[in-house]
Design a protein around this ligand. Structure first.
Ligand SMILES: NC(=O)c1ccc[n+]([C@@H]2O[C@H](COP(=O)([O-])OP(=O)(O)OC[C@H]3O[C@@H](n4cnc5c(N)ncnc54)[C@H](O)[C@@H]3O)[C@@H](O)[C@H]2O)c1
Length: 424
């Protein structure tokens, strides 16, 4: 693509485009469901002329979602949903190889991050795609004049859905949003197996730590925490779970983990990972209890799960010892290592979720954009769950792509399961 025809963009280095293209193509090989949807979209063009504004982690998988929407006829503009998660080669490829308006640079300052969101909003999107609700909230707060053009949106993650439900309850949400995170084919798999594997990947790439025999603390036993705990145990770590919800705590206990308060767990932790969506989960009591050499990481959406200002205030010295590893030396001589500035470690220090799992999340996203276009007139300014038929279709296609067949109910069984008469 010649520089004259490049779309509006702000990316780090366009010379990375060829490298990015190869990696986007590699991810595509692991995303068969999205490929099937893309082929249908290319034939049917259900999104013809639809302006889509996306604020998502700029990764190889997201690139494939953008290309799917583009194949369906949408005009797409993309910015990052986190300042550290952008893959600069992917951003370059989207602009230079695929002609897609992209505004994202790994390590961008907060001000640039919001300027990039502003660039996407300036394209006057009719559908918004979010991962954490920064696009929707900025639109409502700073650019409400553009809302009338918006017919709907989709939200990718737990934290974003919580923020949007709060907007709905406070009566400020002005257009319908489909909570893609709530699809079973999203959070059962992406949050659990995706975050589980990639969080470990991020910690290992950043530190090269031997996990076998280590004590590994996971705060939060939700979908992400379950996956992280499961994979850490698989690598031979001794896993402790901390929770605030008694049901989840009990589940962790019966899954075979030790469960205890976080300040006590901190005293044993070689690695302490947060995945709660909550604030200051690692705070003064936990930091005070940490062993020398403890490693802290976060896989929850925002970088406020670890109270970094308190950590800074306790430190007498701070230095970067490896990429994404900052050593804080505390007044009593203990050293604590913070990974990736407390931002999502899997997306900052590794590549985020494997494409094979994003295949399902982004198949949901693509089908939800089509659903919004078809049904916007009938939707109210609320947070909607993904229609069950979309969820089932994604699971069916994934099984088909993996070459797995399952049984079908017989007529006799269907009748039996629907009846109330037959008992003992
Ligand atoms: N890293 C990623 O790529 C990725 C992927 C998906 C979701 N997320 C994010 O991860 C976070 C968790 O998502 P989820 O789907 O697991 O949510 P979830 O609601 O299923 O689980 C969160 C758990 O944290 C617990 N919790 C809350 N406060 C706590 C505290 N102070 N101490 C201990 N436990 C506490 C809750 O009781 C709950 O069980 C969200 O911010 C979500 O947006 C990140």
């Amino acid at each position: 693509m010649s520089s004259k025809t490049l779309p509006r963009h702000d990316v780090k280095d366009l010379s990375l485009a060829q490298h990015g293209r190869l990696r986007i193509e590699w991810a595509a090989t692991q995303m068969p469901v999205l490929r099937i949807i893309r082929e249908r979209f290319a034939r049917e063009r259900p999104l013809e002329g639809l302006r889509v504004g996306a604020c998502l982690h700029v990764t190889t998988e997201t690139a494939n979602l953008m290309l799917t929407l583009q194949a369906g006829g949408a005009e797409v503009a993309l910015c990052a949903s986190n300042p550290l998660s952008t893959q600069d080669d992917v951003a370059a490829a989207l602009v230079a190889e695929y002609g897609l308006s992209t505004f994202a640079m790994k390590g961008e300052a907060n001000e640039t991050y919001y300027r990039h969101i502003g660039e996407v909003l300036a394209t006057r999107p009719e559908v918004t795609l979010d991962d954490g609700a920064d696009l929707v909230s900025t639109l409502h707060r700073d650019a409400s004049g553009l809302i009338d053009a918006v017919i709907g949106g989709a939200e990718e993650t737990t934290t974003g859905v919580i923020r949007l439900r709060s907007m709905e309850q406070n009566g400020v949400l002005r257009y319908p949003i489909v909570a893609v995170n709530e699809a079973a084919t999203k959070h059962f798999f992406d949050n659990r197996y995706g975050t589980g594997q990639s969080t470990l990947d991020g910690i290992i790439r950043a530190t090269n730590l031997l996990l076998a025999g280590s004590t590994f603390v996971v705060a939060g036993y939700g979908w992400c925490g379950r996956g992280i705990a499961m994979r850490a145990r698989g690598l031979g770590a001794n896993v402790i779970v901390t929770e605030v919800d008694p049901v989840r705590a009990l589940e962790a206990l019966m899954d075979g983990y030790r469960v205890m308060p976080s300040a006590r767990a901190a005293a044993e932790a070689d690695v302490f990972v947060t995945a709660t969506g909550d604030l200051n989960v690692i705070d003064l009591p936990q930091l005070t209890a940490m062993k020398d050499g403890a490693i802290l990481a976060n896989s929850g959406h925002f970088n406020d799960e670890i109270n970094i200002p308190v950590l800074e205030s306790l430190a007498v010295e701070k230095r970067t010892v490896r990429d994404f590893v900052v050593e804080y030396r505390l007044a009593d001589g203990r050293r604590v290592y913070l990974l990736a500035d407390g931002r999502l470690v899997n997306l900052s220090a590794a590549e985020g979720h494997p494409a094979g799992v994003m295949d399902m999340s982004f198949a949901n996203q693509a089908l939800c954009v089509e659903y919004i276009r078809k049904n916007a007139h009938a939707l109210e300014p609320k947070v909607y769950v993904v229609p069950p038929e979309i969820d089932r279709e994604v699971a069916r296609l994934k099984l088909q792509a993996m070459g797995v067949e399952i049984d079908q109910l017989t007529d006799e069984q269907r009748k039996y399961l629907a009846s109330w008469e037959s008992g003992t």
